[in-house]
Design a protein around this ligand. Structure first.
Ligand SMILES: NC(=O)c1ccc[n+]([C@@H]2O[C@H](COP(=O)([O-])OP(=O)(O)OC[C@H]3O[C@@H](n4cnc5c(N)ncnc54)[C@H](O)[C@@H]3O)[C@@H](O)[C@H]2O)c1
Length: 630
């Protein structure tokens, strides 16, 4: 079917990211003593022109005289402009090549540099309408062609009128003169292009505000690559996500909506329908009821460590990848552990309490330096290993035990059993994960094995320690002091009272699960999670996803990437490959990982694909979700 759409596109700040005369100034005035003043002046004159305080002719005249440029510098300018083509134009080169007949470039700039830039995209020289420089015999730019109607106010509309175009006529531009074409009744739609500059006076007149060319192609069903415009990716962030995270997602071009509080199940079930990425913290429950409505949802970011609040199984069944921030607060936990080790060795919590009660108890009894003491770390993961390094720097002698083989950092000593560690350590600190088998890992038997007067810390998970046994050990003096940050039963909010057998024990520091609660950790989380999500959307990388098979992908070069998520049943990969073979498409790379429920296949192909092959891939039995990246 012949295409009856015509596109009229502006050049400066639309086709390219920049105003060409600004760049010409940077070249021609490079070594000029008044360089900075003159560059500033060029911008000023451009603005005065745009505001209508100078006529177009006055503004061109003034800029030409400030620039003192010559023909040789135009070549340099063209090179620079080719590197500054708007990103969305650059990634949609096929659109220009395939629709060259129907694309017109119209500009108050100059053909001298516009033609070489746009023809390199396959556009036609005869479809470029712009001003022309006049040179003297030495090649200096001294004037412009004053007969060209584009050197006059409203020249764009007058030029288009002469062309007598038929069909649907769309104007794409960032300036008021672009809107004037539509205002003169010469175009059907005006797209205010905001990828490079956003002028409220122009967007106010727009039929559609387009943050990228992808958006325009998408709404006109012309985006060949199936690439989904980022501005159509709706992000919903709940529970006061740190501004750093909001900015990162906005910067990526997504459409971000934020709420300071959590949402109830019903509210979220309603709201989720239009959402592509959901960001939550610990108070929003993403239940199966919510997920039933989540048909556009691609990923969930848990801006926290835990993911119990999310129905991970249903997410998997629907092909929704979940990411969290498991390491972002490691350092915060380690710092608290260090502080507590010192406090326990000096009985600071009791001494401080007594002072508040008006009691002065100055004595060195039962107070020790930590230097040279043996620190026993149970669980040498992210936290345990970092604690090992910091503690050693403070002069502690570090021992550790882990159920899996872990390389000793620095001078730490690896031990082969928990019992061995308990017997050797002056200070025992727990940093294991919360797997069910670790319930009551430390109980009466383990306290008995410890040295008399040992110090004990739990900043890992509440159920890992038998609290009654710990109480007994503290009361008997077997454990000289303890610091506990996590409890088998914790209050759900700050209003609920805290109940524990450990209340009131001597030399016992109790903290309300704040090991990882620092502003720095919040900021780290706010950066980590969006990074993961953006990477997943842009490359398909699922490394560190909580519920997806983890694939870490190589960078993609000169290929298209197809992402296929399917139920884990035999033969799906073979069907994908057969479908590609049927269309004679060659695979340049393929990555597959499965878990019990789903399979995740990334296929890189080096050939242009057709709509039919995409539809055929989507129809493969068991397909949960399919998307094309580039
Ligand atoms: N208090 C807080 O605010 C806070 C903050 C962050 C993390 N945490 C908790 O700290 C703990 C450690 O976190 P991480 O990021 O280092 O986890 P991690 O998964 O990196 O490390 C846990 C390590 O413990 C080991 N392990 C598990 N069971 C063991 C056992 N029975 N004996 C010996 N080793 C065992 C694992 O092999 C692993 O190396 C987790 O339980 C986490 O929930 C608490």
């Amino acid at each position: 079917m012949p295409n009856n759409k015509k596109f009229i596109i502006d050049f400066d700040s639309t086709f390219t990211q920049v105003e060409a005369l600004d760049i010409l100034g940077e070249i021609s005035l490079e070594n000029h003593p008044e360089r900075d003043d003159r560059l500033e002046k060029i911008k000023e004159v451009t603005d005065l022109g745009m505001e209508g305080r100078l006529t177009l002719r006055e503004s061109i005249e003034q800029r030409i005289s400030i620039l003192e440029a010559n023909r040789g510098q135009i070549d340099e300018l063209v090179k620079a402009l080719k590197k500054k083509v708007s990103k969305s134009f650059d990634r949609n080169q096929e659109f220009f090549a395939e629709n060259a007949e129907d694309i017109f470039i119209i500009s108050n700039g100059f053909k001298d540099f516009i033609v070489p830039v746009v023809t390199s995209f396959g556009l036609k020289e005869e479809n470029v309408f712009a001003n022309e420089f006049v040179y003297d015999e030495k090649g200096n730019i001294i004037d412009f062609n004053r007969d060209n109607i584009l050197s006059q106010n409203n020249g764009k509309a007058a030029t288009i009128k002469k062309l007598e175009l038929t069909g649907d006529i769309f104007v794409i531009g960032d300036g008021y003169t672009d809107y004037e074409i539509k205002a003169a009744g010469l175009a059907n739609r005006f797209y205010a292009f905001t990828e490079n500059v956003d002028r409220p006076s122009v967007t106010a007149m727009a039929d559609h505000i387009a943050p990228s060319l992808d958006e325009i192609l998408y709404v006109n069903k012309m985006n060949k690559k199936y690439s989904y415009p980022k501005s159509r990716i709706n992000v919903l962030l709940l529970e006061n996500v740190h501004p750093v995270g909001i900015e990162m997602l906005q910067h990526e071009g997504y459409n971000v909506e934020t709420y300071s509080s959590a949402m109830s199940e019903d509210e979220l079930a309603e709201k989720i329908q239009n959402v592509s990425i959901l960001g939550i913290r610990s108070k929003t429950n993403v239940t199966s009821k919510v997920l039933e409505n989540a048909n556009r949802l691609m990923a969930i970011g848990a801006f926290c460590i835990g993911t119990n609040q999310i129905d991970l199984d249903t997410c998997q069944e629907k092909g929704i990848a979940v990411f969290n921030a498991p390491f972002s607060n490691t350092r915060s936990v380690v710092e608290l552990a260090i502080a507590e080790i010192i406090f326990l060795m000096r009985n600071i919590s009791d001494k401080s309490r007594l002072m508040h009660e008006g009691k002065w108890d100055k004595s060195a009894n039962g107070s020790f330096e930590i230097r040279g003491k043996k620190l026993g770390i149970i669980g040498y993961g992210n936290i345990g290993a970092q604690l090992s390094v910091l503690a050693e720097n403070l002069g502690l002698d570090v021992y550790y035990y882990d159920v899996i083989e872990k390389l000793a950092l620095s001078n730490a000593t690896k031990l082969n059993s928990l019992d061995e560690l308990l017997k050797v350590a002056d200070i025992v600190t727990l940093h294991v994960d919360g797997r069910p088998e670790n319930k009551n890992l430390i109980g009466e038997r383990e306290f008995d094995l410890m040295k008399g007067g040992a110090v004990f810390l739990n900043l890992s998970r509440g159920h890992v320690v038998d609290v009654k046994a710990l109480k007994k050990a503290v009361e008997s003096g077997k454990v000289r002091g303890t610091a506990v940050d996590v409890f088998p039963q914790e209050p759900k909010n700050n209003e609920e009272p805290f109940e524990s057998d450990l209340k009131g024990l001597p030399n016992t520091i109790l903290t309300p699960h704040i090991g990882g609660s620092t502003l720095e950790a919040q900021q780290n989380i706010a950066q980590f999670v969006p990074n993961k999500i953006i990477d997943y959307i842009n490359t398909g990388n699922t490394f560190n996803s909580v519920n997806f098979p983890n694939i870490q992908l190589p960078f993609l070069k000169d290929a298209h990437r197809l992402i296929h998520i399917h139920q884990n049943a035999p033969g799906v990969l073979a069907k994908i490959n057969q479908t590609l073979a049927n269309y004679e498409i060659n695979i340049v790379g393929q990555y597959l990982k499965t878990n019990e429920k789903i399979g995740y296949v990334i296929t890189d192909i080096n050939k242009k694909y057709s709509n039919e092959v995409i539809e055929a891939l989507k129809k493969i039995e068991g397909t949960i979700r399919f998307r094309v990246l580039y």
